[in-house]
Structure formats: C-alpha cells, structure tokens
Design a protein around this ligand. Structure first.
Ligand SMILES: Cc1cc2nc3c(=O)[nH]c(=O)nc-3n(C[C@H](O)[C@H](O)[C@H](O)COP(=O)(O)OP(=O)(O)OC[C@H]3O[C@@H](n4cnc5c(N)ncnc54)[C@H](O)[C@@H]3O)c2cc1C
Length: 296
C-alpha cells in the first residue's frame, strides 16, 4: 500500500464516497484514499436510511439549503439513470402539523363543527364537572342512507375518501375525544364499504359505535316515515338531544376562525389518528360491541 496520497477522506458513507467520486472526475490523475473503520462501506446512516430522494420542500425557497438539495436530487437521479439503478418517483403526501405551522408562520384551521353544537358543549360541561374517575357508557349510532351516487363518486372510493369511518365518522370521533379525553383502546369489529362498527375507550368513556349508509339498517319506523337518517347518542342510557342545531355550524366555524378562535392542527390530531387506526387495524371479534353488531 502506498503511503502518500493527494487526498485522504475519512469515512466511507455517502458523503465520503460522493466526495471521492467527484474528486476523481475532476482530477483523474490525483490519488485518493478512503479510510473506513468498518469492514464494509455505507454501514451506518447511508445504508440504513429511509431511501427518500428529497426535493427541497423543507427548506426556505431560494435558500442555499434548498438549492443544494435540488441540485443533489438532480445529480442523484441522473447518476441512477446513467448506472441503471432503479428508483421510483412515487410522490409525497405532506400532512401539516404544528411544526410546519411554526416553520411557515401560517395556521391551518380545521372545521370541527360539532364542538360548536350546544348539546355537545353542555355534555362536555357535564363530563368535566363529574368526578375525575367517572367512566361514561356511550352508544353512538349513525345511520344515513346514501344512493348509488355515493359509490360512483369519490366518496365511495376508499383511497380518496378514507371509507365511511373517515368520511362520515370523523366528526363524531372528534366530538368524543374532545369530551372524553385520550384514546385508550380502539377496536374495529366491522369494516365494509357501506358500514363500520367498533369499540373506542377514552379516558372517561366506553363507546360502542356503529355507522352505516345502508338503507336496510334504518329502523322500520324511520323508513316508513320516509326519513333517510337516524342519529342516536346515548350517554349512560340517556338520549342526547341532537336532532337539530346543525345548519349554522359551518358558518359559525368560519366566524370563529375569522375571530382568531379556530381549531388548529393540534386539536384535529386525535380524530385523525383514530380514523387512521380504524382504517388499518386488524378486525377483531373481541370486546364490547354495538348492539347492531351483536344482533347480526
Ligand atoms: C433514520 C434515518 C433516515 C434517513 N432517511 C433519509 C432519506 O430518506 N433520504 C435522505 O436523503 N437522507 C436520509 N437520511 C440522511 C442520510 O442518510 C445521511 O445524511 C447520510 O447518509 C449521511 O452520510 P455520511 O456519509 O455523512 O454519514 P454515514 O453514512 O454515517 O457515514 C459515516 C462513515 O464514517 C465512518 N467513520 C466514522 N468515524 C470514522 C473513523 N474515525 N475512521 C474511519 N471511518 C469512520 C463510519 O463507519 C461511516 O461508514 C436519513 C438518516 C437517518 C439516520
């Protein structure tokens, strides 16, 4: 082994190797030595990362970091193409949470309209005033029949709407977590295209829930009256009066936002995590079930 080199690079990760590569291209006559303490190259961060080809979006537009990142990305892609290394441009979905708000200086407001419904506000006050260790029993049933249009629109496409628990249920899960606190357990008993059911345990409540857009699930008397929606929330077997008071909630939400009192990402987080889990968790037959499930 020679003991004199024009360049010595310590570390055989991507940075050391890319530096050596560029030096070799620029000065083909110079000698370069890479010193690596492990038995093989790239055995630390470089060989264990997530494999994302970054696009510079995290950096201030026009900054040196952003420029450097985009430059590196373009070089990486052309290197891969020139050397027949396969890669995939699968796109990226970015969900803004608080850090991003701080970074951008902008707020992202959410429409969590049930928090503005008077019956819900009253229920929250009641739960807040109850002894700290009190656990409420809640049954949530929301049956709202939808025509064929639902299945042919984006709403019927799970990859676009997230399915009925996300599309139809998310406001209920937000309301429940706002009133009853952190989620302790999230079990799903049924997850079909037109109905879903499960059990949610919050710090202060055990909730059995059932959602459906299937007309056949509507109680007969409701169907006979020509109604297409049945909504019931019972708390310790007491029905929550919840049939009216919805029409202005959107307008009220926007009014609050304009007054600087909207709901930020932090407030929306728990319901998003709940529906994410409902979409992905394995179905179970265990645990407390909604009565419409047990009857099936
Ligand atoms: C969990 C994780 C996920 C990531 N995901 C991505 C991603 O998706 N996309 C992306 O672009 N970047 C990603 N990164 C960042 C990226 O992997 C690193 O920025 C990059 O690999 C750093 O390369 P490096 O050569 O500086 O370090 P390393 O790969 O850690 O290489 C340093 C080398 O130096 C050697 N060394 C240390 N001390 C000595 C010594 N005294 N003598 C000899 N050799 C020594 C080490 O053995 C090692 O091989 C990720 C990083 C992590 C940790």
């Amino acid at each position: 082994m020679k003991n004199e080199y024009d360049y010595i690079i310590v570390g055989g990760g991507i940075i050391g190797l890319a530096t050596a590569y560029k030096l070799a291209l620029k000065c083909p006559k110079k000698t370069i030595l890479i010193l690596e303490k492990e038995a093989q190259l790239a055995s630390h961060q470089t060989g264990n990362n997530s494999g994302v080809i970054h696009s510079g979006i995290y950096y201030t537009p026009g900054s040196l970091k952003a420029e450097n990142c985009i430059n590196g990305r373009n070089q990486l892609i052309s290197f891969a193409k020139n050397h027949n290394i396969s890669f995939e441009m699968c796109g990226k979905l970015i969900a803004a949470f608080e850090e991003n708000e701080i970074e951008s200086g902008q707020r992202v407001w959410n429409i969590l309209q049930l928090r503005l419904h008077q019956s819900i506000i009253d229920l929250k006050k009641k739960v807040d005033a109850a002894p700290k260790d009190k656990i409420f029993d809640v049954d949530l049933t929301y049956l709202t029949s939808r025509g064929n249009w639902y299945y042919t629109s984006w709403k019927g496409d799970q990859s676009k709407s997230g399915g009925i628990a996300t599309n139809i249920g998310v406001h209920f899960y937000d309301m429940l977590s706002w009133i009853f606190g952190e989620v302790q357990e999230n079990r799903v008993h049924l997850r079909e295209k037109n109905k879903a059911a499960g059990y949610l345990e919050f710090k202060k409540a055990r909730v059995r829930w059932f959602l459906s857009i299937d007309e056949a699930d509507l109680p007969i008397d409701i169907r006979k009256n020509g109604q297409r929606t049945y909504r019931s929330i019972t708390v310790n077997n007491e029905e929550l009066e919840f049939s009216t008071g919805f029409t202005e909630l959107h307008t009220d939400s926007y009014r609050e936002i304009l007054n600087g009192k909207g709901f930020g990402l932090k407030e929306a987080r728990q319901s998003i995590e709940i529906v994410h889990k409902i979409r992905n968790v394995e179905l179970t037959t265990n645990g407390e079930k909604h009565s419409l499930i047990t009857e099936k």
